[in-house]
Design a binder for this molecule. Structure first.
Ligand code: GS8
Length: 216
């Protein structure tokens, strides 16, 4: 089947792969279009027309372009799989919104601070600052203890149904998952079970392979 949408960026980046997980879950075929940052392609008129901030990811769906990974994943759900947002159910959709915000405002700032150290700095030949990692692992534990309590009373974050709030965590968790720091989850059995369930999903497995290709 021909790709339905284009995603600009690289699957190795957690902001782009966040989008790919939602597309996979919604069953949308996509084409990944590389943007050559070293050559300054992100600041080309063509790319700035797609995203005036010159960033990726950008989703191109026919004539419509949008950016900001979380806005894109919501759009994908609204158009292709609205049940992932509990559309039409006031309390359900509000609860999904709460946990979407928790991912963006509580979990991601801490998780990204860790991933910048352990995933990005080595790529650019920089030393990992273990103090930054340890400080943020401690902050992550505080966030995960709230998740642990929540997941003791429901299978997923917004209730006993999978939602975009769960799925938006997948790309960053996959990044942590290729390091020994993922063992932090062993302190939280409900979080561990939640993550084992999420990462076994076909869309997560596909994105995991794109992010961290296995050798021949
Ligand atoms: C962040 C996008 C971003 O930082 C989102 O989409 O969620 N809040 C946005 N994109 C990076 C690459 S992926 O990490 C980027 O485009 N950086 C280049 C730049 O800022 O010039």
């Amino acid at each position: 089947m021909a790709p339905v949408v284009k995603v600009y960026g690289t699957a190795k980046s957690w902001n782009i792969s966040r989008v790919l997980v939602s597309l996979g879950e919604a069953g949308v075929q996509y084409e990944i279009v590389a943007v050559d940052f070293a050559a300054g392609e992100h600041m080309s008129p063509a790319h700035l027309a797609r995203n005036p901030f010159g960033q990726v990811p950008v989703l191109e769906d026919g004539d419509f372009c949008l950016w900001e990974s979380r806005a894109i994943t919501k759009y994908v759900c609204r158009k292709y799989k609205p049940e992932l947002l509990r559309v039409g159910n006031l309390v359900g959709s509000a609860t999904v919104d709460v946990w979407l915000e928790v991912e963006a405002q509580q979990y991601s700032p801490v998780m990204e601070a860790i991933l910048i150290e352990i995933r990005l700095r080595p790529i650019f030949g920089h030393q990992v600052d273990e103090r930054v990692v340890e400080k943020n692992i401690e902050k992550l534990k505080k966030v995960l203890s709230v998740y642990e309590s929540r997941l003791s009373s429901s299978k997923y974050l917004a209730g006993d149904f999978i939602s975009l709030a769960d799925l938006n965590h997948v790309s960053t968790m996959l990044c942590l998952g290729i390091t020994t720091y993922i063992s932090v989850l062993d302190l939280y059995p409900n979080v561990r079970a939640w993550w084992d369930d999420l990462r076994a999903r076909p869309a997560a497995r596909k994105v995991s392979d794109l992010m961290n290709p296995r050798g021949p």
